[in-house]
Design a protein around this ligand. Structure first.
Ligand SMILES: [Ca+2]
Ligand SMILES: [Ca+2]
Length: 478
């Protein structure tokens, strides 16, 4: 009979003790002894449920065969001991990891990465979604490609789709090994219940009804920095990223338990102290060159305080930073997603599309309506200034008669202007008429447009004239 530590299970009464991978979806099976955790690559693709089913229902001969199989695995595991027992942190913010979970333990490395991890869902990230990810040694999770870079990057940056949990030059392949990097996808009911509670608690007003259906937990346990030696090799950082989604919205939970060093000794770092002029990066980059978000301590010496930091705006345990990740962000401002073909305005609250082909007024209106959108109406000076800013690509001051319809007309009653939704036009609220526009208004000129020649001041022309137009739409729900 085997005698196991609590986190291990006896399997077929064999010594040493074994951990079985969590769930049938696991593609690797790990056997763990009391003194080691060792991934057994030779079982890739082998399902634990198959073993158990086989053991429960088949003949003794098959059981014996399976025992032999397991024994062989045992022997290999025992011979291939490469790590010492680790004790996961007892930190309320941290999700379970390491021994006792179905975590993948990455090979030790310096500027390396996990294998590409296929996901059972598409993870929504900054307006896109990804079917796989990489866990990279230097403290970051990436989509689209592995990220082996060791120097923080100024975000926003193009192409890099990165969650920098603690991005600096980390190294786990000293001898003896210097840290463990664990990760796993999970749909475990207990984990999802916890994730659901965390998001609901953090954002009660916005996401009180959120129910998590999937999570990915990546944990960097007591990792050392590149360039450490002697006493500085004992400077270790422990941090974790939990990705959570309901298939529509997604969130990243950053957990910090221990921060002993600010940066690796590259980029001017001091190998004896783990300090220097380029501290680690705690940021997210969407990869479009525009969208990113940044922890207030990112790339500062305040990083030491991450384990006790609490977000003043979001209820959560110390050491926890939350970010919603399906929507693109610019700094701290949450953006929203626009329907296909639409672009978020600079204010981040409405989506717009320019119908660049000049159309008569009613055709332009129906073009917007087909998208469930409205033609842009300028009701306020603020809106006028904003749309002009959005149209900055169009040089004004030339091209009189060209421009954009603005959804204002006096077609029904000459001289009485009405917005397209039926709201009466009130000149005392806001107007921006071009010189002479009202004086020239007559029954042949009933539709209002922003005149390019007058730098977007308003003019009136026949509704049969051809103008560009702007459709305004609400952000997509998900
Ligand atoms: Ca490194
Ligand atoms: Ca008129």
């Amino acid at each position: 009979m085997c005698s196991c530590d609590l986190q291990f299970e006896c399997f077929l009464s064999l010594e040493p003790c074994y951990l079985l991978a969590e769930g049938d979806a696991a593609t690797t099976w790990r056997a763990s002894t009391r003194n080691s955790v060792q991934r057994l690559r030779l079982f890739k693709g082998f399902k634990i449920s198959d073993i158990l089913k086989s053991l429960q229902s088949s003949s003794e001969r098959r059981v014996d065969k399976m025992r032999g199989f397991i024994l062989t695995a045992c022997l290999l595991a025992s011979l291939a001991v490469t790590s010492t027992q680790i004790t996961p942190v007892s930190n309320a913010a941290f999700y379970p990891y390491g021994p006792g979970t179905s975590d993948i333990l990455d090979d030790v490395g310096d500027d390396s990465s996990s294998a590409e991890q296929s996901l059972s869902i598409s993870f929504p990230f900054f307006g896109n979604s990804y079917d796989s990810l990489w866990v990279n040694t230097n403290g970051k999770i990436s989509f689209g490609e592995r990220e082996t870079g060791l120097s923080p990057i100024t975000f926003p940056a193009e192409d890099k789709k990165i969650i920098a949990v603690y991005f600096t030059d980390i190294k786990t392949n000293y001898s003896p090994r210097s840290g463990h990097i664990f990760h796993r996808e999970t749909t475990d009911a207990g984990i999802l219940a916890r994730a659901t509670t965390d998001i609901q608690t953090a954002f009660p007003a916005e996401y009180g009804g959120f129910v998590a259906t999937w999570a990915y937990i990546s944990t960097f346990h007591e990792v050392a920095f590149f360039g450490s030696s002697g006493a500085s090799r004992d400077l270790r950082n422990t941090f974790q990223l939990v990705l959570i989604t309901d298939g529509c919205r997604s969130f990243a939970l950053f957990n910090y338990d221990r921060i002993d060093f600010l940066q690796g000794s590259t980029n001017g770092g001091d190998g004896s102290t783990g300090t220097g002029p380029n501290p680690a990066q705690v940021e997210i980059n969407g990869g479009d060159g525009i969208h990113y978000t940044r922890h207030p301590y990112s790339r500062t010496t305040d990083l030491y305080d991450l384990p006790t930091w609490t977000d003043p705006a979001v209820p959560g345990p110390p050491g926890r930073w939350y970010r919603r990740t399906d929507q693109p962000m610019i700094g701290d401002d949450p953006g929203q997603l626009c329907p296909s073909g639409y672009t978020m305005n600079n204010n981040g609250d409405k989506c717009f599309k320019v119908q660049t082909h000049p159309l008569d007024y009613s055709t332009a209106m129906s073009g917007c309506a087909e998208d469930g959108a409205e033609m842009f109406n300028i009701r306020t000076q603020d809106a006028n200034e904003r749309i002009i800013e959005e149209l900055s690509l169009y040089q004004c001051g030339t091209g009189y008669g060209r421009g954009f319809w603005i959804g204002l007309t006096d077609a029904d009653a000459e001289g009485t202007f009405v917005w397209e939704d039926g709201t009466p036009f009130d000149a005392s609220e806001y107007s921006n008429w071009a010189p002479g526009a009202l004086a020239a208004n007559d029954e042949t000129r009933n539709c209002v447009y922003m005149d390019k020649g007058y730098c977007w001041q308003w003019d009136i022309q026949s509704c049969d004239g051809k103008k560009k137009s702007i459709c305004i739409n609400d952000p997509a729900a998900c």
